[in-house]
Design a protein around this ligand. Sequence first.
Ligand SMILES: Nc1ncnc2c1ncn2[C@@H]1O[C@H](COP(=O)(O)OP(=O)(O)OP(=O)(O)O)[C@@H](O)[C@H]1O
Ligand SMILES: [Mg+2]
Length: 363
Amino acid sequence: MLFDPRPKECRAELFNREKELKVLSRYMVSGSPIILCLGIRRVGKTSVLKVFLSESNRPYIYVDARRLSEFGYSKQGFYRLLSEEFTRIGGRFALITEYLKNIKGVSIAGYGVEFNWKNRELSFSSILTKMNEYAEDGKTTFIVAIDEAQDLRFLRGYRRIDLAQILAYSYDNLKRVKFILAGSEVGLLYKFLGFNSPASPLYGRVRDEVVIERFNREKSVKFLEAGFKEANVKVSKNIIENVVEVLDGIPGWLTYFGYKFIQSRRLNMLDQIIREAENIALNELRKLRTFSPLYIHILRAVSLGFNRWSTIRKTVEAWTGRHVPSKTLYSLLNNLVDMSILAKVNGKYVFLDPIYRRASKTL
Ligand SMILES: Nc1ncnc2c1ncn2[C@@H]1O[C@H](COP(=O)(O)OP(=O)(O)OP(=O)(O)O)[C@@H](O)[C@H]1O
Ligand SMILES: [Mg+2]
């Protein structure tokens, strides 16, 4: 179903991403050991990635790095997620468990794979090395897909895991292992990987990138029409055009609208659905307050059109009654750009998502 609110897993439910899937396939066959799948929130990165993986016929593990927060970004949590994934693929690629069982710290029961994270000799690179052997023997490629990969940066630290280091090792040595890293906080992902920073283990390495863009106007209209047709619901062209105007081609919001509209089947739902979407965005933005209360003021200023560095500063200072040091403002604005909430265009800060802009007015 096109308006299914979960990430899509099969091509029939994925609208207009043939080109992106083709590019991913090409990079998989020839290209860098690291492929980045980038795009703003709700644009469909996870959907493209999942459809690609389900069609690829290669063994893969898929880890959503956001889940690491449930485990306090611990080594234990990381290995727990790996255990789940290796247990899953062990069912389909039974030979994989044969390769894994020679690693210290791995126990196998049936198809179940357990990694004993306390075992000092267990390491993610030894697991990858085995998967490289497996892939070589089976003439395939082993894929490690990590969603919201910028969150891997929290794994670093004492007795934790330095994923950037492991990526660099794999990059240089494991020809049959490929990483696909997806992320919405693009600046943070770049910083974590550090391709351009001499201190990073990945410095100077080449990577391939697939950028998932929002739909243009015409495609957005077609997507909504196709979704409503599939659900046998008639909706006027006028409503569809209004929605597209407000949601600016972001597939996640278009899907949310379609799903809600079909559920309620009331014609005057447009405003209410948009308000609900704004509330979702508002809850996400409010989380920033725990890092610095100034984020809220900055976002509100930009949403109201005070969008140059100096006007943002003046506005925030007027609202808070406090001096905002240049360094602080500079770093907070940079963080908002790194998180792909704002972009800087011709000296002005702009929102990448119109729903976030609307929501920020009410922060
Ligand atoms: N091309 C598409 N065709 C149909 N539905 C789509 C498409 N792209 C995205 N969607 C829908 O939009 C929503 C968001 O998609 P998805 O979760 O894949 O995006 P994302 O970029 O990974 O988002 P996030 O940044 O929140 O992780 C889901 O409901 C998904 O089903
Ligand atoms: Mg996603």
